[in-house]
Design a protein around this ligand. Sequence first.
Ligand SMILES: Nc1nc2c(c(=O)[nH]1)N[C@H]1C(S)=C(S)[C@@H](COP(=O)(O)OP(=O)(O)OC[C@H]3O[C@@H](n4cnc5c(=O)[nH]c(N)nc54)[C@H](O)[C@@H]3O)O[C@H]1N2
Ligand SMILES: Nc1nc2c(c(=O)[nH]1)N[C@H]1C(S)=C(S)[C@@H](COP(=O)(O)OP(=O)(O)OC[C@H]3O[C@@H](n4cnc5c(=O)[nH]c(N)nc54)[C@H](O)[C@@H]3O)O[C@H]1N2
Ligand SMILES: [Mo]
Length: 784
Amino acid sequence: MSHDTIRKYDGPAGGWGALKSVAKHLGEQKIAISGAKTLLKANQPDGFDCPGCAWPDRDHTSTFEFCENGAKAVAAEATKFRAGPDLFAQYTVTQLAEYSDYWLEQQGRLTTPMRFDAATDHYVPVSWDEAFALVAQHLNALPSPDNAIFYTSGRTSNEAAFLYQLFVREYGTNNFPDCSNMCHESSGTALKKQIGVGKGTVSLHDFECADGIFIFGQNPGTNHPRMLGELREAAKRGAKIVSFNPLRERGLERFADPQDKLEMATYGSTKISSDYFQLKIGGDLAAVKGMIKHVLERDIEVTGNGGATLLDRDFIAEHTTGFDAFMADVLAESWDVIIEESGLDEAQIRRAGELYLSCERVIACWGMGITQHKHSVATINMVVNLLLLRGNLGREGAGACPVRGHSNVQGDRTMMIYEKPPAAFLDRLRDVFGFEPPREDGFDTVGAIEAMLDGRGRVFFGMGGNFAIATPDSDATARGLRSCALTVHVTTKLNRSHLVHGQDALILPCLGRTEIDIQAAGPQGVTVEDSMSMVHLSSGINPPASHDLLSEPAIVARLAHATLGARSKIDWLGMVEDYDRIRDAIAATFDDFHDFNTRVRVPGGFRLSNTARDRKWANPAGKAVFFACPVPTDNPIHRARRMHGTQPVFTLATTRSHDQYNTTIYGLDDRYRGVFGERRVLFANADDIAALGMKAGDWVDLESICDDGVRRQAPRFLLVEYNIPRGCLAAYYPETNPLVPLSSFADESRTPTSKSVPVIVTPHAADVGAHMPRQRDIPAAVVR
Ligand SMILES: Nc1nc2c(c(=O)[nH]1)N[C@H]1C(S)=C(S)[C@@H](COP(=O)(O)OP(=O)(O)OC[C@H]3O[C@@H](n4cnc5c(=O)[nH]c(N)nc54)[C@H](O)[C@@H]3O)O[C@H]1N2
Ligand SMILES: Nc1nc2c(c(=O)[nH]1)N[C@H]1C(S)=C(S)[C@@H](COP(=O)(O)OP(=O)(O)OC[C@H]3O[C@@H](n4cnc5c(=O)[nH]c(N)nc54)[C@H](O)[C@@H]3O)O[C@H]1N2
Ligand SMILES: [Mo]
């Protein structure tokens, strides 16, 4: 390990570093700067929707908004490298599995449908017709449609997602695990019961009007870089930006906008967070409850002295329920518990509460730091309780903002990629399409893995994504996938899931969003919905990576045709000739999509309705609900600490580096956290490192603690000193996914608890991980 691996980064997020990084990534993918024209079409009215994150665009008509990580996502898809049949002829599947995820990604775009040949352990080319016939044969041979699992990753367009759920429901199951189950499921679950819609309530306009933006567990500098533009404007205006994060994240501290010529020329930057609270991992519920306690105590004090109330009493009376019981619960909560569980002291929490009181219009944003804990749903309810106190919901400049991940993850759920479809929707499907859809709830992500392990899941079909390693408990998941009769992946690039396969296996290569999609009626566009419920068109501009690719809608239609044949009520092949027909079917199914084809052609698209935004409450209570939630003191972390009296048990948050898109590894650096050329790093507090009798630069092994008797280890991480509270650790996903127990998920939402894994740390022992495949990080260019 060279000592250049860890170098402190003092610069701002963005700036020249971001521009240099884009040039480097374009060069690595052999994309000429002239090809950067592709980048200029991202998020333009006549271009494609950026396949990066789900953050919305200013009007979808402004000049190109520079985004380093959007550029990397586009470059990864537009790469000049190809993973064609020659690659699969050169390597057996066993050999390919020895390479790292980074290496697999570097092989480039898949070009040809491939079928696994067990006799030779190679993937060999297969025709599309043979591929669909093989899937159809497997699906039609299953004892029940419920033995098949249909996964979706959140890049899939509305059109593809709608056709996919239509096919699967006509086939006969609701088994729709999706990436959302591991992502913002906790947000949807919490918001739906509390305010009646499972989505955020704000728009970009609200960001222009807010005077307080509270950010919980989100790292926009890396994961939503365009959000920094909004935060920068707000900061310049004097709005308070208050961050809650155990780690000091550079992007929450300072940002230099590459589009601001003066800032760039002068190496200037803007301070983003006015205040930064470094709470303990999982400490948000306690911290927010403490803030609320402060607000309520201050209100009692002020009104007791004859002053005006600090709360929005009219809003509380007219629009909410449960306030009195909630208030009694909060006032009874002990400061000792709040302090112990949040990791902040009373003065800090009171200051955070005071900051909230000082703002008239507050937006609360949150990300994976909030949604992936045992008590995530209750934590989100507590954040919304905070908003409700002063009517910060359903008015200009205020509201709830869960910041979504995948570019169309919200749209996929709107299209009912959902394992628990409501009855009214199923009735509608029946009435519009004339078949009786299945009524039983299906498997979510955790349920799908359990089903594969116990034999109920026999066929796995993945619409994008990387199920094998994005999911928890990698070893268990791999066993589940390997026990399937058939695994199929619709995909753009080679990834681990294609190598952890069933007895039969298919890789079906599809068009990416940047590419021109020609069907019988001519070039087609698709639609997506961003994190703020704006629906707009996306049309590719690049020639396809290979002549043998099909679009996702075409793959679904041809598969449905092959599987259901004459017993289907739907003209599958006709539907994909012209995507307007799919959109007409969507319009017939969802009232909110009336006149879909007309409305989506207006530049900028249209916004879906949101009852909570209009202060209408579509939950059973008919009101926004104040939920009294106890501060948890008996979650898996507490239990692991009790079980393990002798060694210190740490809380590990598994998170993203700057050079990855989920399981897609673009590079080995994490510039803002000062890590270069290495992904197996463990961020720890200096005092904890010393207390372990270790030093920064030592190699350690991790073992997670769970009471299910299974030993889960991840070997060989480089200890890195980091500004993080004691008892807390952070490391990258997916390297740490073998540590996340399948049985550990959030209450109600069943989201794996990947941000709070109880672990012990030991010096690296040579035999730990010896059974795991060696990972080689040789860049493609060197090997091939
Ligand atoms: N470039 C890039 N962009 C992406 C992605 C990517 O991988 N790369 N992924 C996309 C997807 S699918 C998603 S869901 C989003 C994810 O975007 P984020 O929500 O930002 O996800 P993470 O990076 O996993 O973690 C976010 C932050 O949570 C903090 N954190 C950890 N535990 C806690 C806690 O207990 N409390 C608090 N308050 N904070 C905590 C971490 O320090 C980290 O800063 O980004 C999307 N955009
Ligand atoms: N430990 C831990 N685990 C986590 C998380 C965490 O923070 N910690 N985060 C969770 C979250 S938030 C999420 S969203 C999931 C992500 O889980 P997934 O969505 O399953 O994973 P991705 O890595 O985003 O999927 C990448 C793959 O998608 C394919 N792909 C890319 N573009 C396209 C396309 O246009 N069409 C098709 N068909 N395929 C395409 C490529 O083959 C690529 O390899 O992981 C979850 N897992
Ligand atoms: Mo996500």
